[in-house]
Design a protein around this ligand. Structure first.
Ligand SMILES: Cc1cc2nc3c(=O)[nH]c(=O)nc-3n(C[C@H](O)[C@H](O)[C@H](O)COP(=O)(O)OP(=O)(O)OC[C@H]3O[C@@H](n4cnc5c(N)ncnc54)[C@H](O)[C@@H]3O)c2cc1C
Length: 660
């Protein structure tokens, strides 16, 4: 006979205002095997937990039902509490009478009836709970960071400073991400390179950090504490061990192509360092534009290199290493406005540029050495229109969300333009101005004092008339159409997930939201963790952010990794799938459906009708299984069950609802 204790929480007035908790307790006392049913103002608080502990001793309880908020909120809290008592932490059921009941009902009688039903079901289930045990998983204390932007660098530095080895895998030829392309950063207007490049240098020189550039993660296997990661480093055709980065090869290379770092506004060579302060400070050959690699001619770089560092026969290097934790920091990209906004010229007008192109134009180390010039004729624009929310808050064409940083960098661009072009005219088309940050609103107000004219409304069309661009829009405050003539238009485009986000997400078992941003485990309580153990998120790969928020999130992710690494072994999840060897027919449906690649088929020898037979059956990897239950649904013979959520337990809940 089990001895069940039921504890009903008022949650202040969150539950008690809509549910008669005393009535729920009364009803619970009538349920089979319930020896105590009590209420508490805040069950999760210290006195609330203490009351449960005392009741366990006094009434010799062996199973607990807590009727309170969602288990996502406090199931772990209560399991930890049970760890200090004689009750197994898995002999616990939570009846969610807050999110699923008091918060969705207004009528007390109705809400109370539903709460009683939820408690009945939880009590029926807990009676079938069995004690579960966790197992110990050893932890390999090396971290992998995917993406070397400001977020990835911050994660790597924090983990490395704590004494653990870190590898950064960066897809481009240098660390830095978008931040190093920016000119100045709002609201303090410090030079972006001056705060970003020292960090890049620190990462490059840190004894605990290995940087792999032009590299990508190809495959990830294993589980928290023991991820097997395959990394491909593309051929650079330059031996970084002997190259001193003298730059002679780059100077002598005769091939010039459009430069990606300058957003198509400048040129680079076929052998190149993306920018002066790049880390690593060594060049790489772009095999698509190098004449030696494409048609066998040239080879000047090889001839002039004093150190014999050029190797045209270089090949990709593929390695597989083990890491205990993975932090994803692959950042964002900007929406391709030219495809979506044909009414803005669809990319046909040279002087309609993106915000990132403006950053390169205004940057002293950019293609124009910081002189703001029209790309079409290199003249100084006497008037500029800045259009915000291009692709953001526009569900029809772009994305429904707000890209968060654009109101501020739109104001920054207005300020930079007015500062560099005295007497210039600057118009900013906006939907709303959103400036929630320290010193942000003051910065925006100052932009208006500088002379920027803010017009509330969207731009419906941009067309060329003579040498000018005409922006046709609406001033919704004045309630009239406006036509603004400009020499240059800057589009502040939406941040969207990096092009690789879907691949990386699938590979690591990270869910994506409807816009493909990588999703955190809980938006409030676990903002840097994912639903896959040992895998964390940092920076804009999780959603649009500015630099301070990206850095803060990166340090939080690093802290999570350090907490993981502070232990030698990890407790595995006890509520995982288990296979019945007798029922499994080896069809593999569970293998295909498992999002965590936790199930494999293995050949086992079984005894059937007193004969030994070899059969293929499913095997669950306890380190990888996250207990999602997808396999139990897919399994036609009913061989898969979830510990703590067995079919039997769920049927008991249904029976309880229907019968009592
Ligand atoms: C025009 C403009 C101006 C801005 N101005 C400001 C400002 O003044 N102040 C401010 O606070 N914020 C500003 N921002 C926002 C700022 O750019 C971001 O907050 C910041 O860059 C986010 O850093 P991150 O590391 O998350 O992403 P990113 O900078 O995008 O870095 C991601 C890195 O991951 C790498 N990567 C991507 N995919 C892979 C892969 N599969 N494998 C390996 N590596 C990969 C990328 O190459 C990149 O190096 C501005 C943004 C724009 C567009």
């Amino acid at each position: 006979m089990s001895r069940i204790g039921v504890f009903i929480c008022h949650c202040g007035s969150n539950i008690a205002a809509t549910i008669d908790v005393e009535r729920v307790a009364e009803a619970a006392r009538e349920l089979p095997n319930v020896v105590l049913a009590d209420t508490n103002k805040y069950t999760c608080s210290d006195p609330g937990q203490q009351a449960i502990k005392e009741a366990i001793e006094e009434y010799q309880l062996d199973r607990i039902v807590i009727a309170s908020c969602s288990p996502r909120m406090h199931e772990l809290t209560f399991r930890k509490m049970l760890g200090d008592t004689s009750v197994n932490p898995y002999m616990l059921e939570i009846a969610n009478i807050r999110e699923q009941c008091s918060w969705v009902h207004k009528d007390m009688a109705q809400g109370t009836e539903k709460a009683i039903d939820l408690v009945k079901m939880a009590t029926a289930k807990v009676a079938r709970d069995t004690p579960l045990k966790t197992s110990a998983i050893p932890i390999n204390k090396r971290a992998l960071v995917i993406g070397g932007g400001i977020a990835g660098m911050q994660v790597a530095l924090d983990i490395a400073d704590a004494g653990y080895p870190v590898t950064i895998v960066e897809r481009e030829a240098s660390l830095g991400g978008k931040m190093v392309m920016l000119d100045k950063t709002f609201p303090t207007m410090d030079c972006s390179a001056c705060i970003c490049t020292p960090k890049m240098a620190d990462v490059g020189a840190h004894p605990n950090i290995t940087v792999k550039t032009l590299a990508e993660v190809e495959k990830v296997g294993g589980y928290v504490g023991n991820f097997e990661v395959t990394i491909r480093e593309k051929a650079k055709y330059v031996d970084y061990d002997t190259c001193t980065g003298c730059g002679l090869c780059e100077t002598k290379c005769p091939t010039k192509v459009v430069g990606e770092f300058d957003q198509g506004l400048g040129k680079r060579k076929a052998i190149y360092k993306p920018f002066a302060q790049a880390v690593p400070s060594k060049p790489t050959i772009d095999p698509i534009s190098c004449r030696k690699l494409t048609d066998g001619k040239c080879g000047v770089c090889e001839k002039v290199c004093p150190f014999g560092s050029i190797h045209f026969d270089d090949v990709d290097k593929v390695s597989t290493e083990t890491y205990g934790a993975v932090v994803v920091a692959i950042g964002y990209q900007l929406i391709d406005w030219s495809e979506l906004y044909g009414e803005y010229g669809g990319g046909a007008y040279d002087d309609v540029i993106s915000g990132l192109q403006f950053e390169r134009l205004v940057n002293a180390s950019g293609p124009t050495e910081g002189h703001i010039q029209r790309p079409s004729d290199q003249s100084e624009p006497k008037s500029v229109v800045i259009v915000k929310c291009v692709g953001s808050r526009d569900p029809e064409k772009g994305k429904s969300y707000c890209s968060r940083a654009c109101c501020m960098y739109g104001a920054k661009h207005a300020h930079q333009y007015l500062d560099k072009v005295p007497g210039g005219k600057c118009y900013v088309f906006y939907m709303d101005v959103r400036t929630p940050g320290k010193g942000y609103d003051e910065f925006y107000m100052n932009t208006q004092h500088d002379g920027a004219l803010y017009l509330r409304g969207r731009v419906s069309k941009i067309y060329r008339k003579g040498g000018k661009l005409i922006c046709l829009g609406e001033d919704t405050l004045m309630g009239r159409q406006v036509e603004v003539e400009a020499d240059m238009v800057v589009l502040e485009t939406a941040m969207v997930p990096a092009d690789d986000a879907d691949r990386i997400g699938s590979m690591l078992g990270i869910t994506r939201d409807k816009d493909l941003w990588l999703t955190e485990a809980h938006p409030k309580l676990r903002p840097v963790e994912t639903n896959s153990g040992g895998i964390y998120l940092a920076g804009t790969c999780q959603g649009p952010k500015d630099i301070p928020d990206s850095v803060a999130q990166a340090s939080a992710a690093a802290m999570k990794v350090c907490i993981l690494f502070s232990k030698d072994e990890l407790e595995s999840n006890a509520m995982i799938a288990e296979v019945s060897k007798t029922l499994c027919n080896g069809c593999g449906a569970c293998v295909a459906i498992c999002p965590y690649t936790a199930i494999t088929l293995e050949t086992v020898e079984l005894r059937e009708n007193s004969r030994k037979v070899k059969r293929s059956i499913s095997k669950v990897n306890p380190g990888l299984c996250q207990g999602c239950g997808a396999c139990t649904v897919a399994c036609r013979p009913g061989a898969m069950d979830l510990k703590g959520f067995s079919d039997q337990q769920i049927m008991r809940e249904v029976d309880a609802l229907c019968q009592w």
